[in-house]
Design a protein around this ligand. Structure first.
Ligand SMILES: [Zn+2]
Length: 601
């Protein structure tokens, strides 16, 4: 549909390692195997926790292995459905399949609910003894971590009802949001010509060199979104209220508490990180002023933030992007390069822009017995290379974590971004080293700083918005204007007098999927970015000796708490000085940009 993505035309993933299609007989076979497996599991182990004194570690191990096997099969089906609908959100065939599989899996999961509840119900001493049994060493973190929900889990009957009702509550709102936002078209008029653009296309204009065009695109985006305030405001309210209801019945004392628990990070660490971030807003203001000067403006506006500093930036074909990322990884570790190469060679990447395809980019871990898949929307921009590096970083992390069994395989949000952002830095340094034109070097450095700001400062703003909006929603239903107000306030803290906000920018909250999919997800981006800035600094200082420790961290999956995993590479997240270290890197980058700007003139 777009000539901009011509170089990635035809680059689509091959999902055959999961299933060959919506009518693959293996789907029904696996559904049947899950059905009989879950029924048998329930029959065999239902009494397991009834006599705690007689519970043997061997029996618990057997049960854990079997439930992991069943969870993996379910994960495989769930992954396939998620990927097919992302590749084509308009396909009725895949939507019907997803619906059928989801309903079936909920029914099967219900048969297994007793297991976790039984484990949680065990007396403290019995559980503690089992957790320390060497035979169960592989499950130590899982067993320990799952008991952290002990005070938040209800009885079996209540859990069954909640799980079932979720289909028409939370899931239904999420589906509505996804399908609705993906269906929106933005009629963008430029030079007397009107084009109907997708969201990723209209957002891409933020990087255009023409100021008037950027402004028009931002107006167009937010004006279109504002027309749908009825749907978008209701979805946000429903999700926030659902969150509040869950918090109430599960006894979480604050809106962020369940996310912190899921992330296995304590509230104090996150609050300190937010404070250190806000204590360093001066770095952002310095940069915004430099950028205004570089663009020849008295003051920056929201639609100027991503404007190119260098207008002669080369475009980048998919082919070139691939070579760049592979070479950058090679310099760090040849093994890492080889894993990345597999993604290209074996068609694990869907890169072309297609109508109906989900926007943005992600890497889906799927299950340990298969491998990750990556979705991109390649538009031949140089920044697509960073996105590719980012998603491949995730992909490599997920690939290496396949050494773990299913329960130790998924990364908590706080460390989920570690490898992705690290891979972006590797690629950035490689590209900088290969570039001699000072104008282009300045352009690259500025966009790197802007990316870091988008992750650190902007995601902190997103988190502050959610904190304010959820707190307000607990009192009453929010109007569109109130949501716009909270968004405006949160942004005002960041932009202060350094950036002017376009009035329509107040609708910026309305299309952000994280708010709907996973409330309070966004601070994990801040966490991940700052963490990586500090880790990357360690790599620069230590060189090759850092590499094996880093790869070991990636292989560890979620086999221990993030805190413990990070200690193995020497990072102490409780120490404000650790977070400050990351801002010192950002400060150095900003100073370097000021110097380069001075030399370019
Ligand atoms: Zn990511």
């Amino acid at each position: 549909m777009s000539t901009a993505s011509a170089s990635a035309a035809g680059v689509a993933w091959n999902l055959a390692d999961l299933y060959s299609g919506a009518t693959d007989p293996a789907i029904d076979r696996d559904l049947a195997a899950i059905d009989s497996g879950c029924t048998a599991f329930s029959a065999t182990y239902r009494g397991l926790f009834e006599a705690p004194a007689e519970l043997q570690a061997e029996t618990l191990l057997e049960a854990l292995k079997e439930i992991e096997r069943l969870s993996e099969l379910m994960g495989k089906l769930g992954s396939y459905c998620g990927l097919t609908t992302a590749a084509d959100t308009t396909s009725d065939e895949f939507r019907r399949l997803e619906d059928r599989v989801r309903t079936a899996l909920v029914e099967q999961e219900n048969k297994l609910t007793f297991f976790e509840l039984g484990w949680l119900g065990l007396p403290e001493e019995t559980a503690a003894a089992l957790i320390e049994t060497p035979l169960l060493a592989n499950y130590r973190h899982y067993l320990k971590a799952s008991r952290r929900y002990k005070t938040h889990i209800l009885g079996e009957a209540e859990e069954l009802v909640l799980n079932q009702k979720n289909l028409t509550a939370r899931s239904a709102w999420t589906d509505l949001f996804d399908e609705f936002v993906a269906s929106l078209r933005y009629d963008f008029t430029w030079n007397g010509e009107t084009k109907s653009l997708s969201q990723s296309h209209i957002l891409a204009i933020s990087y255009d060199s023409d100021r008037a065009k950027r402004k028009a695109a931002q107006e167009c985006l937010y004006t279109e979104l504002s027309k749908h305030e009825l749907v978008l405001t209701n979805v946000f309210n429903a999700v926030a209220q659902d969150h509040a209801i869950n918090d109430g019945i599960r006894r979480y004392d604050s809106p962020m508490a369940s996310r912190h628990l899921a992330n296995e990070v304590d509230a104090g660490v996150v609050a300190r990180m937010q404070e250190v971030t806000e204590g360093n807003l001066g770095i952002a203001h310095d940069y915004y002023r430099l950028k205004a000067k570089l663009l020849g403006l008295p003051k920056l506006a929201t639609y100027d933030q991503y404007a190119p500093v260098a207008t002669n930036m080369p475009s980048c074909s998919y082919e070139n992007g691939r070579e760049t990322v592979l070479k950058a990884f090679e310099r760090f570790d040849p093994g890492m390069r080889n894993i990345a190469a597999e993604f290209f060679e074996k068609d694990w990447i869907d890169a072309e822009v297609r109508p109906g395809k989900r926007g943005g980019a992600f890497s889906a871990s799927t299950v340990p017995s298969v491998h990750p898949y990556i979705l991109l929307n390649w538009t031949d921009k140089l920044r697509d290379v960073s996105t590719l590096a980012h998603e491949l970083g995730h992909g490599i992390h997920q690939y290496l974590s396949r050494k773990q069994t299913y329960y130790n395989f998924h990364h908590p949000l706080t460390i989920a971004e570690t490898a992705s952002v690290f891979a972006e830095f590797l690629t950035f340094d490689y590209v900088m080293a290969e570039t001699s034109d000072p104008q282009i070097r300045l352009g690259l450095l500025c966009s790197k700083i802007e990316d870091a700001f988008a992750t650190v400062y902007r995601q902190n703003v997103l988190t502050r918005f959610e904190q304010a909006a959820h707190a307000a929603r607990r009192k009453e239903k929010l109007s569109s204007e109130e949501l716009c107000h909270h968004w405006w306030q949160a942004n005002q803290t960041l932009y202060a007098d350094a950036v002017e906000m376009l009035p329509a920018y107040k609708w910026g909250w309305s299309y952000i999927p994280h708010f709907i999919h996973t409330p309070f997800y966004c601070y994990a981006y801040v966490f991940g970015e700052l963490l990586v800035l500090a880790l990357y600094q360690m790599y620069r200082e230590e060189g090759a000796s850092f590499v094996p420790r880093y790869l070991k961290l990636l292989e560890s999956g979620s086999s221990a708490t993030p805190d413990a995993l990070l200690k193995t590479v020497g990072a102490d997240i409780h120490d404000p000085a650790f977070w400050q270290k990351a801002f010192d890197v950002l400060k150095t980058m900003t100073r370097r940009a000021e110097e380069l700007a001075g030399s370019v003139g």
